[in-house]
Design a binder for this molecule. Structure first.
Ligand SMILES: Nc1ncnc2c1ncn2[C@@H]1O[C@H](COP(=O)(O)OP(=O)(O)OP(=O)(O)O)[C@@H](O)[C@H]1O
Ligand SMILES: [Mg+2]
Length: 372
């Protein structure tokens, strides 16, 4: 075991191994294992109640796992009943509610953790000035939290978290109290700062946009378990099942009957017999008589009428049932000849209104077979 103290600023790797936690008889986390490489940002994403906060609190030492281990930079933070106390775990946290001390100024809030660590006054002052500079809050140093906007308060919370130069940063939905514009700006700032400082980070969110934009890797959780882990593009392009497909990005989940596949390609039929081809699943069909596939609305091309100009492969005929224009995109809801409903997103102009007959075409490489 490595016992040497980490040099401030050195990133650490973080490993969660088989974490379990129940509250009474109700399991909140049912066996979570996750590796966060040094200096990387991993998002935990999943619906409300799936165990994200509980997982984060176990890393922080605010909650004791029933089973499992947490190892950071070679140091065991918790192993069954034994655990390093939170204040000795060398991490910073940023919460949804900024949790600033209301009676302390910005400077005092940011200095708080450094004082607790008994750093010399001169080095505290220098550090506070430095981190307030980094997050662009130097001019607000003397204000109280009540005199700041939500975004500014969250910046102070971030400054406080990085001031002690922790090995790990933990974020729990830090932007969910901010309005949409500020949220986007702040997530960009957090990501830039995290990269620049190279602090290993775990970021809890239930926003897919945030997870996709901010992470090196995403771990999708459901019912206390991680369903899939991967880089944002991997998860988006190759979701394992309908849950992941629908949680990360918009998805049409369609059933294909009479599936057949070889090493490269899959073929199956829609309700009206139309042949659809896609990517062969890595594990083959394993005797399935129906397969579910994921097709992203943005991957479907929509043409009016019989679509003479589009590719002959994966051509589906239908009728627009609804159309909405949302600025950058046009959303079409199409009922296919066999009754399936498909959503299509295309860039303007609007080419078909409700009632119009249309032809859809889909590149086979964008038809992904799901495991369920
Ligand atoms: N202190 C507690 N006592 C009892 N049950 C708890 C406690 N904390 C969490 N739970 C339960 O554990 C489960 C997981 O909760 P957790 O807070 O980890 O979810 P979450 O994924 O963070 O959800 P959200 O997105 O709503 O924040 C939930 O069913 C929740 O009700
Ligand atoms: Mg939570």
């Amino acid at each position: 075991m490595i016992t040497e103290a980490r040099r401030a600023g050195d990133p650490v790797d973080l490993h969660l191994i088989g974490l379990k936690k129940s509250y009474g008889a109700a399991p909140a986390v049912r066996g979570v294992s996750l590796d966060v490489p040094a200096g990387k940002m991993v998002s935990l994403i999943g619906p409300s109640g799936c165990g994200k906060t509980t997982t984060l609190r176990m890393i922080a030492g605010l909650e004791r796992p029933d089973e499992g281990r947490i190892v950071a930079g070679g140091r065991t933070l918790t192993d069954g009943a034994r655990g390093v106390p939170p204040e000795e775990r060398d991490l910073g946290m940023v919460f949804q509610t900024y949790a600033l001390w209301p009676h302390m100024t910005v400077t005092q809030n940011v200095a708080y953790g450094l004082k607790q660590r008994k750093r010399p006054a001169a080095s505290i002052a220098a550090k506070v000035e430095q981190v307030l500079g980094i997050i662009g809050m130097a001019q607000y140093a003397g204000r109280f939290p009540g005199q700041l906007s939500g975004g500014q308060q969250q910046r102070v919370a971030l400054a406080r978290a990085i001031a002690t130069e922790p090995g790990i940063l933990l974020f729990d939905e830090p932007l969910s109290n901010l309005d949409a514009v500020l949220r986007e700006q702040m997530r960009f700032e957090i990501r830039t700062l995290q990269r620049r400082l190279g602090i290993t980070s775990v970021y809890v969110t239930h926003s897919q946009d945030e997870a996709l934009a901010i992470s090196d890797e995403i771990a999708v959780m459901r019912d206390g378990l991680i369903v899939q882990t991967g880089k944002p593009l991997e998860i988006y392009n190759s979701p394992r099942n309908a849950f992941v497909a629908g949680f990360i990005g918009l998805a049409n989940i369609m059933s294909l009957g009479q599936p057949e596949c070889d090493d490269a390609a899959l073929a199956g039929r829609l309700n009206d017999g139309t042949l659809v081809t896609g990517i062969a699943p890595a594990k083959g069909l394993r005797g399935r008589t129906v397969v579910k596939v994921c097709i992203r609305p943005v991957d479907i091309r929509l043409d009016t009428g019989r679509g003479e100009t589009v590719s002959q492969v994966n051509r589906l005929f239908g009728q627009v049932t609804a159309m909405t224009f949302t600025g950058g995109l046009v959303d079409y809801f199409v009922r296919l000849a066999g009754g399936e409903e498909v959503r299509v997103q295309a860039t303007p102009p609007i080419v078909a209104e409700a009632g119009a007959p249309v032809t859809l075409s889909i590149p086979p490489t964008r038809v992904v077979v799901l495991e369920d």
